[in-house]
Design a protein around this ligand. Structure first.
Ligand code: HEC
Length: 167
C-alpha cells in the first residue's frame, strides 16, 4: 500500500467516524429533548391526577384514630405488621396478623371483602382476628380501610382497582 492510498483510506475512515459521531449526537440530543424538564414534569402531573383515591383526607384522619384503638395492637401502628414473616403459620396453625400497608396481601381483596373481614374477622375460618361488626360504625369501617390504604403506593392502589377495588 503506498502512501497516497493510505492517506485516502485514513481520510475516508475519518469521515465515516465523524459521521457516526454526528448521528449519535443527534440521537442523544433528541433523547435529551424528550426528557427535558418541562415535558417530564407535565407527564408526572398528569399521572398524579389519574390516581385519585375513593376516600377523603378526613376519612384518613378518622381512620387513624379507629385503627390506633382497634387494630394497631395486631397489625402495627402504621399497618406494617407485628411479626417478621406474616406467611409463616404460628404453632397453633393459625396465621399471624399480616401487614395491611400494601406489602402483604390485603390489596388482592376488593373493598367488599376487606369490609367483610373487618365485620366478621377470621375466627370462623380458624383465624384469630376478632369481628368488628358490632364494635364499629359503617363510617368507621370505611375510614379504617382508607387509613391503611393511605400507606399503599399509587401502583399498588391501581392494581387493587383493577382487581375489583371499590366496584
Ligand atoms: C387480635 C389481633 C387482631 C386485631 C385486633 C385485628 N386484626 Fe386484622 N387480622 C388479624 C389476623 C390474625 C389476620 C389473619 C386472618 C386471621 O387469622 O383471622 C387478620 C387479617 C386482616 C385482614 C385481611 C388481610 C389480608 O391480607 O387478607 C384485614 C383487612 C384486617 N385484618 C383488618 C383489620 C382491621 C381494620 C382491624 C381493626 C378494626 C383489625 N384487622 C384488627 C388479627 C387482628
Amino acid at each position: 500500500m503506498n502512501l497516497t492510498v493510505m492517506k485516502i483510506f485514513l481520510i475516508l475512515f475519518g469521515i465515516i467516524f465523524l459521521a457516526s459521531c454526528a448521528d449519535r449526537a443527534a440521537v442523544s440530543q433528541e433523547g435529551g429533548l424528550a426528557v427535558s424538564p418541562a415535558s417530564a414534569s407535565s407527564e408526572e402531573t398528569s399521572e398524579q391526577v389519574i390516581v385519585e383515591r375513593w376516600n377523603s383526607a378526613e376519612q384518613v384522619v378518622l381512620g387513624r384514630e379507629v385503627f390506633t384503638q382497634n387494630c394497631a395492637v395486631c397489625h402495627g401502628a402504621q399497618a406494617q405488621g407485628t411479626v417478621e414473616d406474616w406467611r409463616e403459620k404460628l404453632d397453633d396453625g393459625s396465621f399471624p396478623p399480616p401487614p395491611l400497608n400494601g406489602s402483604a396481601h390485603a390489596w388482592h381483596h376488593p373493598q367488599e371483602i376487606l369490609l367483610r373481614v373487618i365485620d366478621y374477622g377470621g375466627e370462623s375460618m380458624g383465624g384469630k382476628m376478632p369481628a368488628f361488626i358490632d364494635v364499629l360504625g359503617n363510617d368507621e369501617k370505611l375510614a379504617v380501610v382508607a387509613y391503611f390504604q393511605s400507606f399503599w403506593t399509587d401502583d399498588i392502589y391501581q392494581q387493587w382497582m383493577q382487581m375489583g377495588g371499590t366496584n
